[in-house]
Design a protein around this ligand. Structure first.
Ligand code: NG6
Ligand code: CA
Length: 510
């Protein structure tokens, strides 16, 4: 980090203190008093930069998302912190780059909570500031602090890191246990049929995909061959909890209903809803309403399903007359992947669709497709509609919403979160001057220049067909005329590459 960045960060936190004291102030232009709109964050899973029609998709249409974009601000250079789920969400909620902390990689379904209870997180900050906070959907940040007993109170979890209410899938839909947890309890659990979970060995007598592929309605392509739940084999083994198991075909409906319920219950506000959908992650099992409707197989169908979800939330806000008083954000936790472990015809039926649009790479990758994601923010009457190419990152929600709402942050909170509120609300075209992109290796973006640090490992991962962005000599691109990262300049600009590497090292040590 340059001394200028450091100064900016200190000033940021200083301003936040003043905001918390309720003092009017202006940043880069227009003055904003602390405002307390509701905040609804819809976080899709694995939705790519090219997967929605307002970002250029033509083979699949997403009218509800497009409508949000028409009335809001559509960002062209918005990033998740990481190219996979757990670290990306860790950063979004804590304001800390996940690569600073061990154990923040993709978690198994029985992992313990990786965010320290009581620490400052986005929901904790807002809750302390008077917001009602809810988490609905995919969690994947771990639960408990020892061996988890799924049949009793499961904690710590979302409620201990700032949420007033939670209705979650513990990890992912392709990992056991395939049950919902509401606050501290598994939903609809029959005490006579207790749940047991293991990621090491088979438990109970449920068939596995490996033993009984003939029982499967969707076969795995790699991994995902353990306990069969609802005709789909998962990662990990589980037994029991039959009455509590979810039905994949109803996941989107169930989660959307919970999200809508939270908004209705808290309509008097202010509230913060973190709505992390299962779509469009694997296994892709659309509801009958969407099955076969995209012509692109299940992957396209669940894009339609996600679009429906967004429409339901918009409808709810409209019916409750909350639209003008609610910031609605639609974004994704990381880039797209076509085959992520099930034979669901995603590749065969792509039909020329490009999930990452013009970007190279996707989920797991250090190329832009890994972390550059769709990002739309709408706040009618407050944020002018349009398109922004400001460089922004989800890690900045913490510091930026602190400024917006007047909630208090201490100097040590969210160490990597920058207050870029003016960019989020369209008052400024300037976002961050740099961002670190995190995949197998780190990459540093400064303006349109991008350096991917040297690394060891395969350049291409066959099962998911991912270009990893790993290169033993490192890579350097100027995205100005090369958004697809085709022209590696690392030899031509070797001095600059060295300088970027040194900056990354410095950031690492902070
Ligand atoms: C990988 C899984 C993949 C997906 C991913 C997490 C295998 C072979 N692959 O390990 O299917 O679950 O983890 O995705 O098991 S994420 O969006 O939650 O990061
Ligand atoms: Ca994901």
């Amino acid at each position: 980090m340059t001394s200028q960045d450091l100064l900016l960060r200190i000033l940021n936190k200083l301003f936040l203190g003043l905001a918390a004291a309720g003092i009017f102030f202006g940043v880069m232009g227009r003055s904003r008093a602390a405002e307390r709109p509701n905040i609804v964050l819809i976080l899709a899973d694995d939705l790519g930069y090219g997967d929605v029609s307002c970002y250029g998709a033509t083979k699949v249409q997403t009218p509800n998302i497009d409508k949000v974009a028409e009335s809001g601000l559509r960002f062209l250079d918005a990033h998740s912190s990481s190219a996979t789920c757990t670290p990306s969400r860790y950063a979004l909620l804590t304001g800390e780059y996940p690569w600073r902390k061990k154990g923040t990689g993709i978690l198994p379904g029985d992992a313990n909570l990786i965010i320290k209870p009581g620490s400052t997180t986005l929901p904790e900050m807002l809750r302390k500031g008077g917001y009602k906070t809810g988490a609905v959907g995919k969690w994947h940040l771990g639960l408990g602090d020892g061996e988890i007993d799924w049949n009793t109170e499961i904690k710590p979890g979302p409620l201990e890191i700032g949420f007033d209410y939670s209705f979650i899938m513990p990890a992912t839909a392709d990992r056991v246990p395939c049950v919902f947890v509401e606050n501290h309890r598994v939903v609809d659990l029959d005490a006579k049929d207790p749940i047991q979970v293991s990621f090491k060995e088979k438990v109970g007598s449920d068939p596995t995909g490996q033993e009984h592929p003939e029982l499967l309605k969707m076969r795995p392509s790699h991994g995902h061959d353990m306990t069969i739940v609802n005709g789909i084999s998962r990662i990990g083994y589980m037994s029991g909890g039959k009455s509590a198991r979810w039905v994949d075909e109803e996941l989107a409906q169930t989660l959307t209903k919970q999200a809508v319920g939270f908004i209705e219950k808290n309509k008097d506000g202010p509230f913060f809803l973190y709505f992390a959908t299962h779509d469009i992650h694997v296994p892709r099992v659309p509801n009958a309403r969407f099955a076969g409707k995209s012509g692109m197989g299940p992957r396209g169908d669940v894009i339609l399903q996600f679009d429906w979800t967004v429409g339901e939330i918009v409808k709810t806000l409209r019916q409750l007359k909350l639209e003008d008083n609610t910031i609605l954000i639609v974004t994704s936790d990381n880039g797209p992947v076509v085959d992520d472990g099930y034979q669901d015809q995603a590749r065969e039926k792509l039909n020329g669709h490009r999930p990452a649009g013009p970007l190279r790479g996707g989920k797991y990758s250090a190329f832009e497709g890994g972390t550059r994601v769709p990002f739309i923010l709408s706040w009618p009457g407050h944020v002018k509609s349009g398109v922004s190419d400001a460089l922004i990152c989800q890690i900045d929600f913490l510091a930026s919403f602190a400024q917006l709402t007047g909630c208090r942050l201490n100097q040590a909170d969210g160490p990597d979160s920058l207050n870029i509120l003016p960019a989020f609300v369209g008052d400024s075209k300037m976002g961050r001057d740099y961002v670190v992109e995190h995949a197998f290796v780190l990459a540093l973006r400064k303006g349109n220049q991008k350096f991917i640090e040297p690394g060891k490992g395969p350049k291409f991962s066959k099962p998911t067909a991912t270009e990893t962005g790993i290169d033993p000599d490192g890579l350097f691109y100027d995205l100005t005329d090369d958004i697809g990262e085709t022209n590696n300049l690392s030899i031509q600009v070797s001095e600059k590459a060295k300088q970027y590497q040194a900056e990354l090292e410095k950031l690492r040590k902070e």
